[in-house]
Design a protein around this ligand. Structure first.
Ligand SMILES: *Cc1c(COP(=O)(O)O)cnc(C)c1O
Length: 438
């Protein structure tokens, strides 16, 4: 076994060179390119439990977990078996199956806001959030939607608005190719700022179809909800007839069995799920209140569809994964492991004289390279990203695979154990010492 240092990653370098000739940036999703931390990304040959294996023969302890899905570790034998069995019976029918009914019943039983409601499957979180907002607009007959600064809800045009902070600003596209007209009904609020949401709703509440929020923000790094924030949004939406959408694509089945809504006891009208719900296969979902979901075609006038939606392989992976979670809930163990990791990182950073703010909810966590609380995107952006980049390189060289951005959460899986966490902390102590002077 070799570590992933500069000399030992010749194959990944060569593959990255080749990839860049035919794939934009060499990757099929931008952050995989390691642009913000430098170096070539390791190319992966296989994954098992808490480990990734690279083209260069390195074994990496994985805290990316395929960006969230790998709650129970990679390639769980029961999940792999379920997918192989399903594959043998045909990859896709474009027609209804028994497994979809079983799966819908299980998802609705596990997630509080779906308990007496309905759920529709899609192939990506992007489709789930895009569709939930279309449904909210169709149901309310209103056009405006509200999202929080720094929140990521996938790459649908209407949600690709990241710019702006402070008071609610009219949407400015966060990507070329998004016409300003398309996002002019997308309003921005600072995350965790209930007073700003109240002020906006007092002014325009009767024009707002939906407020969409990551109940635990994960795409600016892990940022827990301020006390009373989710409850406040809930009350505001009820008062103004606004559809409250929790984007639990990352937090669903992650921060609790029933997601952040269970953990914090706040029930949204619609919920978006993804990542873990598909057990590593392309599958996501949106659902919630029955009266709202009855707007979806063919029951109602809001069109939403998908050739591969609810395909048997994805459903088999999702069903097997959720059944394992139901049978053997990993949450107490995950909480303890992630606390050991998060607290340990903060202590080791302090010992090296490096300011580090540790945010954690359950098994998702981020160490921000700055002093002081991180409660929103502006706080997160105050981190020393150059220092993070050096830390990332040091960790990777020691076989620890972290997301290559300061603004991502790390995930602990049920396949990790205390020994792996302690190995990670030893590596971190070395990494902090190495970057302390710089
Ligand atoms: C990952 C993510 C999405 C997008 O999901 P994709 O499957 O990548 O399209 C949406 N919302 C949140 C909160 C996410 O973390």
């Amino acid at each position: 076994m070799t570590s992933h240092d500069g000399r030992a990653q010749a194959r990944s370098h060569a593959l990255f060179e080749a990839a860049r000739r035919t794939i934009p940036g060499g990757v099929n999703s931008p952050v995989r390119a390691f642009a913000s931390v430098g170096g070539a990304p390791p190319f992966i040959t296989r994954a098992k439990g808490p480990f990734l294996y690279t083209e260069d023969g390195a074994e990496l302890i994985d805290y990316v977990g395929t960006w969230g899905p790998a709650l129970i570790g990679h390639a769980h034998p029961e999940v792999v078996e379920a997918v192989c069995k399903a594959a043998a019976d045909g990859l896709s029918f474009g027609a209804a199956t028994r497994a979809e009914v079983d799966f819908a019943e299980l998802v609705c039983a596990m997630v509080p806001s779906l308990r007496d409601g309905m759920v529709r499957l899609t192939c990506s979180g992007t489709e789930a959030t895009m569709s939930a907002l279309r449904v909210a607009r169709g149901f309310t007959g209103r056009h405006k939607i509200v999202k929080m600064d720094g929140a990521y809800h996938g790459h649908a045009d209407v949600l690709l608005v990241a710019a702006g902070s402070g008071a609610a600003t009219l949407g400015i596209p966060g990507s070329a190719g998004v016409p300003p007209k398309v996002v002019e009904d997308t309003l921005l609020l600072p995350h965790n700022d209930l007073a700003a949401a109240q002020a906006l709703c007092a002014e325009q509440g009767d024009q707002i179809a939906a407020i969409i929020v990551e109940p635990v923000a994960g795409n600016m790094g892990c940022v827990p909800p301020a006390p009373g924030y989710l409850e406040g949004l809930r009350a505001l939406c009820s008062t103004h007839g606004i559809v409250l959408v929790f984007d639990e694509v990352m937090t669903g089945f992650r921060v609790a069995r029933g997601g952040a809504q269970e953990r914090y006891g706040v029930t949204p009208d619609l919920t978006c799920l993804g990542k873990i719900v598909g057990g590593g296969m392309p599958l996501a979902a949106y659902g919630g209140r029955r009266d709202i979901m009855q707007s979806v075609a063919p029951l109602g006038p809001v069109y939403q569809a998908g050739t591969l939606s609810g395909n048997p392989l994805s459903v088999a992976a999702g069903l097997a994964t959720l059944r394992i979670i139901e049978r053997d809930p990993p949450y107490a163990r995950l909480e303890a492991l992630a606390a050991r990791l998060g607290d340990g990182l903060v202590r080791r950073a302090a010992a090296a004289g490096i300011p580090l703010t540790g945010n954690r909810v359950g098994s998702m966590l981020t160490g921000f390279f700055r002093a002081g609380a991180v409660t929103n995107y502006d706080d997160a952006k105050g981190s020393d990203t150059a220092r993070f980049a050096r830390f990332h390189q040091q960790m990777l060289a020691q076989g620890i695979y972290l997301a290559p951005s300061q603004f991502e959460a790390a995930f602990v899986s049920a396949a990790h154990d205390e020994a792996l966490v302690d190995r990670t902390l030893d590596a971190a102590a070395g990494a902090f010492a190495a970057i302390a002077g710089a």
